[in-house]
Design a protein around this ligand. Structure first.
Ligand SMILES: C[S@@+](CC[C@H](N)C(=O)[O-])C[C@H]1O[C@@H](n2cnc3c(N)ncnc32)[C@H](O)[C@@H]1O
Length: 686
């Protein structure tokens, strides 16, 4: 973005000087001179080369660029950039006194949209003397520019000024607009909850996809168009400047998000409070006046992250904000029911878990909306009619439903449904839901009125409940056709959570062989046996279910347990599924779990996919030492995908060794059969 603005400065000042008027005066350090543009006029799809020259009245060794652009009176860009590092790639500092030249290339793609833009660019030198000031009010076409900053290759949208006449020439005399319009984007501030930092962007992106504007959403990464934000700030800071075309989209996201608290119009940003105040004064003052003053009621709020700001310090900020700008003076303060809430965000950041001394960034926002209902509280498991020991927490269930794109007109399914927590939240967002579980007691609960179905009644969403069936996911009974839009799952990795599948124990097989019994499972008095369900098989069956039963574009959202030694090669893959997001939830110092979202992007073709080797599938092979981390975890994992209890001290009892985990103890206590002693019997009917 910074270089986009730079390109704007030079492309505008040099390429189309006639479109600009100077807002400077004769005391400015730079007097812009000759410009050579080729090709002239610019041609769609071909880069323009600009060579310019100007007279510097004194040496410029460093300085600052201030750039602001508004579209139809709405602020689009408000930036403060260090001069030398911004221009470095094109022309290193210093600019010595005398005649200086600059050459740069700005690519022009074949499709560019138009709009009525007002721009103002000012450059100040190391002594705070103005180098130049230019303003323009013309049609601008957004185009893409490729630039390099510190060897990082970035692609930005930049603005090139063109008159209507030039536009006509560029488009071969046709008045028709280019085929694909890039919508204009406006700056907003997303204020997230402080928990689950890694889940925010996957949820935001999922909702943007659901509401159809993912490709027009920018947020604080290297692609951010409006505000630069260092990548390392993202995981922790709950303040995320974003840009998207309309407020309606913001409100749609807010209507469902659980990571989010509120959205704000982003008025200005500054690395210091002085810079913030300065940038507020660049905001269109008539608009600010209309929102802040004119007898409207308002309140200020200071929201700090990384350190609690004492009330006295907050008051100083509010006072300085009022004094800098007359806008708020004609408004009336109303702390209880204000028409506008103006929030000063103070981001101290977190340095090695300790707050930094000085804030690293300030923002001013005008609140647009909060998330309407506290869904986390509505679906709080503590208030639920029927729960079990493995019922999933409401916040995470809601996030999963959002990442699964659960919505009206879709079918969501949980193959390890348990008490149905994940199905409830998908149903809340409009999906028709169904599920299965190997253990019918999970559905039955404590009887009628205290069972899985009664939960749907409790929330008034029983009309979204298709049904649940008792089924083993290793022998899934569902038709092999794509009919599911979303698979959500908290699979049974733990021994206590019942990672079991239908099979025969080795001693049963031996006994039947000895007695000459065949097809015992067909007998009317046959009792089904279960054996351990290896974690690699749980994952294989789950991904296979997704590949075969999801519609193309459908999503699989599931939990994967791991340790702090996680590596991407630990992730099970499938040739029909691609990874959309992978967010870690720390559980203890060592144990983690990850929420994995995959999308089915291509049809499952039996003749191609049925006979692939595990390597071709990208499956996890637990006998492979490179997955030792997962193997270690899965052998020790506790209930509900959670971590094993931390190591206990020496335990008493035969065969128990120091350092065994509580889960191992429980498993032994429950008399579960050891993995070595069981054998799966293929083809066992349910
Ligand atoms: C972690 S729990 C899921 C809890 C559920 N999300 C809830 O909120 O209640 C895992 C579930 O998988 C079930 N399960 C275990 N092995 C299974 C299998 N082979 N096929 C289907 N379900 C199985 C268990 O009975 C258990 O209910």
């Amino acid at each position: 973005m910074k270089v986009a603005i730079l390109a704007l400065i030079f492309a505008s000042a040099f390429v189309a000087a006639d479109l600009w008027s100077s807002c400077g005066d004769s005391s400015d350090v730079l007097k812009i001179g000759k410009i050579i543009v080729s090709p002239n006029p610019p041609v769609a799809g071909k880069p323009i080369t600009v060579e310019g020259a100007g007279l510097f009245r004194s040496d410029v060794t460093s300085g600052t660029i201030y750039a602001e652009v508004s579209v139809d009176d709405l602020p689009l860009i408000n930036l403060t950039l260090p001069l030398c590092s911004t221009v470095k790639k094109f022309r290193p500092c210093p600019f010595l006194k005398g005649q200086q030249s600059l050459k740069l290339a700005v690519p022009i793609p074949s499709a560019v949209p138009s709009g009525e833009y007002v721009a103002k660019v000012q450059v100040f030198d190391q002594n705070n003397a103005r180098v130049t000031c230019v303003t323009g009010k013309k049609r601008i076409f957004l185009v893409e520019a490729e630039v390099w900053i510190n060897d990082e290759h970035l692609i930005f949208e930049v603005s090139v000024l063109m008159s209507a006449k030039e536009k006509l020439k560029m488009w071969g005399g046709s008045e028709e607009l280019p085929p694909r319009e890039i919508p204009l984007k406006r700056p907003y501030m997303a204020r997230f909850r402080s928990q689950h930092a890694e889940f925010r962007i996957p949820e935001l992106r999922s909702l943007a996809q659901m509401f159809g504007f993912l490709e027009h959403l920018d947020y604080g990464t290297e692609q951010a168009k409006l505000v630069s934000q260092r990548r390392e700030e993202l995981p922790t800071s709950p303040y995320l400047p974003i840009a998207c075309p309309s407020q309606k989209q913001i409100e749609q996201v807010a209507s469902r998000s659980v990571s989010l608290m509120s959205f704000f119009d982003l008025i200005a940003v500054g690395d210091t409070f002085e810079e913030l105040l300065e940038n507020i004064s660049h905001y269109p003052q008539d608009k600010l006046q209309a929102l802040a003053g004119n007898g409207r009621t308002f309140k200020y709020h200071v929201d700090s992250y990384g350190r609690k700001m004492p009330h006295a310090e907050q008051l100083v900020l509010m006072e300085r904000l009022t004094n800098i700008n007359g806008a708020w003076e004609s408004g009336n303060i109303d702390l209880k029911n204000p028409q506008e809430t103006w929030t000063i965000f103070v981001d101290y950041g977190v340095a090695k878990n300790r707050p930094m001394d000085d804030p690293r960034r300030y923002y001013l926002g005008r609140k647009i909306c909060n998330t309407p209902v506290d869904l986390i509280e509505v679906y709080n498991v503590k208030k639920r009619n029927y729960i079990g020991t493995t019922s999933m927490d409401s916040e995470l269930s809601l996030m999963m439903a959002n990442q699964a794109l659960a919505r009206s007109g879709t079918i969501a399914m949980d193959p390890f449904a348990g008490t149905g927590s994940l199905l409830l939240t998908c149903a809340h967002f409009g999906s028709m839901v169904m599920g299965s579980d190997i253990d019918q007691r999970m559905f039955r609960g404590w009887g009628e009125g205290k069972d899985l179905k009664s939960n749907f009644k409790q929330y008034g969403i029983e009309n979204k409940y298709i049904d649940v069936i008792v089924a083993d996911n290793s022998h899934t009974p569902y038709r092999t056709v794509p009919f599911i839009d979303a698979l959500v799952a908290d699979p049974p990795y733990g021994i206590r959570a019942g990672a079991r599948k239908i099979g025969k124990k080795r001693k049963t097989i031996l006994r039947e062989q000895k007695l000459g019994i065949t097809n015992a499972h067909r007998r009317s008095n046959h009792i089904i046996q279960c054996i351990n369900y290896a974690v690699s098989d749980v994952l294989h069956d789950l991904l296979n279910l997704a590949a075969t039963r999801l519609v193309v574009g459908g999503r699989l959202v599931y939990w994967l347990p791991t340790t702090d030694q996680y590596k991407d090669s630990d992730l099970p893959l499938h040739p029909c599924l691609r990874i959309i997001s992978n967010s870690e939830q720390p559980l203890t110092m060592r144990w983690r779990r990850r929420l994995i979202t995959m999308e089915k992007f291509t049809e499952y073709i039996p003749s191609v996919h049925d006979n692939l080797s595990p390597e071709e599938y990208g499956q996890i092979n637990l006998s492979d030492d490179s997955h030792g981390n997962l193997k270690n975890y899965w052998l020790r994992i506790g209930s509900n995908g959670g971590p094993p209890k931390e190591k206990k001290g020496k335990r008493k009892g035969k065969g128990e060794t120091e350092g065994e985990t509580a889960e191992e103890e429980t498993a032994e206590g429950e008399g579960e059969e050891d993995e070595e002693e069981v054998a799966e019997v293929e083809g066992v009917e349910q």
